[in-house]
Design a protein around this ligand. Structure first.
Ligand code: FES
Ligand SMILES: [Fe+2]
Length: 415
């Protein structure tokens, strides 16, 4: 159980708050590259409690600036893209992506007034079809080359949803394997039995029968990029990859998950204290010996939270997760929660959050802030029962169980 102050400490993300300052040490995806184009060159965004304007200028350079023009405060989301700059619609002042004012057409010839005018701006990097923003101090870290961004001969796609809840609810759920039995199996099957077209219900019941077996034990290992989550379910032993490999939670706000040929990141990006931009970054590995269809751009789909009935769309696994996060309320009331035996993973994660907050408060770099890419060019991550594209993530099918921090036996292993 946390005090009200501790709950605020780990959920508030505005400037000057402890978690806000830590979150500012990371690059965050806040849009898809294809969203900024000739038809819609500007968009209003909100990230870590700050309203901003994102734009692509007439040469394709992207900028992220404060929304109000310094002159008479017109909103720059109505700006006109020009080469290497954005022009305010009201009196034509021109700004580059560093926020510098580079032209004031109505000021007297020779005036240097523009040199005194500067807007707040943040650096941008486009990677794998996503637009990342860095809002932290110098020196600026690199945007880590996680495996899914480095792979070649794969298909990529992006699905995003804005959620009316704090980012930490999403992330804590990734440290809670046991919810699978109830949220996805019991509740999920109950939902599908009512919402599926009647003709498909029998087939659905057959397909899901026996799926999602009970957990025998769960385990959580600290590793250099976060926590590895393991589970042992009925009918399996410790040689199964669900136990010996597991999958990672990347500190502080990313889940790396997958299986078979579909891999994904889930980025839980704090828009503000009670709103999250949730990005599913999906990567398909083609069948052995096949080539992935060529992509000139990464497709993007905004997936609304609510379904056709106006309630949260719970007909798919991530939708059920989103339901669980949102129905805890805008910010989970942690001071009154009652944690049970299966909550060991999220307790471990909260301790890691506090530890890393102190690292930042002491002037250090928190986990996953890095200033150069690894020598191998990317960071491979092991995932249970996954197939990787040729030449990538080789030799990492097992993660180091020697570092086990927490194992919780939930049932006796049958003899
Ligand atoms: S308000 Fe932007 S140029 Fe005047
Ligand atoms: Fe889930």
């Amino acid at each position: 159980m946390l005090s009200a102050e501790q709950n605020e400490r780990i959920t508030q993300v505005g400037p000057g708050t402890p978690m806000g300052e830590m979150m500012r040490r990371y690059w965050h995806p806040i849009a898809a590259s294809v969203e900024l184009n000739d038809d819609t060159p500007t968009t209003e965004i909100r990230l870590l409690g700050e309203d901003l304007v994102l734009y692509r200028d007439a040469k394709g350079t992207m900028g992220c600036i404060e929304p109000s023009c310094p002159h008479r405060k017109a909103n720059m989301s109505y700006g006109i893209p020009e080469p290497e700059s954005l022009r305010c619609p009201y009196h034509g002042w021109l700004f580059d992506e560093t926020g510098a004012c580079v032209d004031q057409p109505s000021e007297p010839a020779g005036s240097r007034f523009k040199d005194k005018v500067k807007m707040k701006s943040y650096p941008i990097e486009e990677r794998g079809g996503l637009v990342f923003v860095y809002m932290g101090p110098s020196p600026m870290p690199v945007l880590p080359m996680w495996d899914l961004f480095a792979w070649t001969n794969v298909g990529r796609r992006i699905e995003a949803t804005v959620l009316p809840c704090n980012w930490l609810q999403c992330q804590e759920n990734s440290l809670d394997p046991v919810h699978f039995e109830w949220l996805h199996r019991y509740y999920g099957n109950w939902v599908m039995a009512r919402k599926m077209p009647p003709a498909q219900r029998e087939e659905w019941a057959k397909r899901t029968q026996g799926k999602g077996r009970d957990h025998i034990k769960v385990g959580f290992d600290r590793f250099e990029h976060g926590i590895i989550k393991r589970r042992l379910v009925e009918g399996e032993n410790e040689d199964d990859e669900y136990w010996k490999t597991g999958h990672p939670i990347l500190f502080p706000n990313v889940l790396r998950v997958g299986g078979s040929d579909l891999h994904q990141f889930q980025f839980r990006v704090p828009i503000d204290d009670v709103t999250t931009y949730h990005v599913c970054y999906l990567v398909d590995v083609p069948a052995e010996g096949q080539d992935a269809p060529e992509q000139t751009e990464v497709p993007y789909w905004y997936r609304p939270l609510n379904g056709p009935d106006g309630r949260i769309d719970d007909r798919w696994v991530v939708g059920q997760d989103q339901l669980a996060w949102v129905i805890q309320g805008p910010r989970t009331d942690r001071p009154t929660e009652k944690l049970g035996a299966t909550d060991v993973g999220l307790i471990m994660f909260r301790k890691m959050l506090e530890e890393q907050l102190r690292v930042v408060e002491d002037g250090g770099d928190p986990m996953n802030v890095m200033y150069e890419q690894p020598a191998a060019g990317y960071i491979p991550l092991a995932i249970e029962h996954a197939r990787y594209p040729k030449g990538f993530n080789e030799g990492i099918q097992e993660t180091r169980i020697g570092m086990v921090d927490v194992v919780k036996d939930l049932k006796e292993v049958p003899a």
